[in-house]
Design a protein around this ligand. Sequence first.
Ligand SMILES: C[S@@+](CC[C@H](N)C(=O)[O-])C[C@H]1O[C@@H](n2cnc3c(N)ncnc32)[C@H](O)[C@@H]1O
Length: 348
Amino acid sequence: MKISNNKHISFDKFVDIALYHKKTGYYMKKNPFGKDGDFITAPNISILFSEMLAIWCIAFWEHLGFPKRINIIELGAGNGEMMYQMIKVFERFNKFRESSNYFILEKSQFLKKIQKKKLNFHKITWLNSINKLKNGPNIFLANEFFDSLPVKQFIKKNNKWYEKSIKKNNINKFEFVNVITNIKNLEKKIKINLSKNQKIIEFSPLTYDYLNIISEKINTFQGGLLIVDYGYSKKKMRDSLQSIYKHNFNNVLDNFSKSDITYNLNFFLLKKIVKKLNLKVAGLTSQRNFLTKLGILDRAEILAKNLQFSKKADIYYRIKRLIDKNFMGELFKVMFVTGKNIKFKLGF
Ligand SMILES: C[S@@+](CC[C@H](N)C(=O)[O-])C[C@H]1O[C@@H](n2cnc3c(N)ncnc32)[C@H](O)[C@@H]1O
């Protein structure tokens, strides 16, 4: 990485290079999902997760009055598993299938290749930019997308704000340095008071940019954004940076470009941003509530009928990982963002 010794770069820039450098970035050269990777995501735990999201999309489309054209856009599609399973559900609903178009926004060329191979049975358009969507309504789906975007971290010490930055020291190791900053400049730019009653701020400029474009699309063509991600809803922000390497926590600055670096979304802040962008948060709940309300347990019962015990047990074990509060059930939240006039509430 081109960080000269004793010069510093901001933390989000560091993450951007670590994860998304064209040649050496973590997501640009490997498949991080599953046993041989570093972590596993919900669609790769159980197909029922994607099925529930597909049913939710169809119900939302119905609520919108069965529009003749509807765009389903997955943000950051990983190994393509979620889109694969969703399309299999959509195929069973003739009217929806005829009306729907599928899109993926994916930054990693490496993962894009995997997605194209897996999804070659269906027409899908890979977007380079959300701006390319020229009509709607649009349903944006973001499972573990926003937590993978570079984030800035600021800390307050003796009444002054510092931005957490990174430098390489004399023995070529990365270390954190605090660089004094004027937080008001950022606050003015986004027209949000981030610092009131906070000691730490985690803010992702890229998330803000994406929410901006998405809100434009939803305000112009209708639709919504469904975010499924880990995070918390309290107003007070905390240091939530984390790094995962081979299914274990790892020091954020170690195993550069070999480990994933993420953080917990602050849904309170996301709500604030979304409101500023003229949309509303129509629902925010735990993954457990969302999937249960959509009927994941009923669906499991149907699937498990007539199966031998070990297969039945496997279905329920996987669901447990998705909805149990000791696994993903509570830490993962689902947030539904849509136009102010929309009354759709399914799952919340
Ligand atoms: C943690 S993975 C989640 C993958 C998938 N949604 C799942 O649940 O299995 C994050 C995904 O977002 C993609 N990604 C990250 N930043 C992106 C960006 N700025 N634009 C598009 N895709 C991005 C990554 O390459 C990866 O596919």
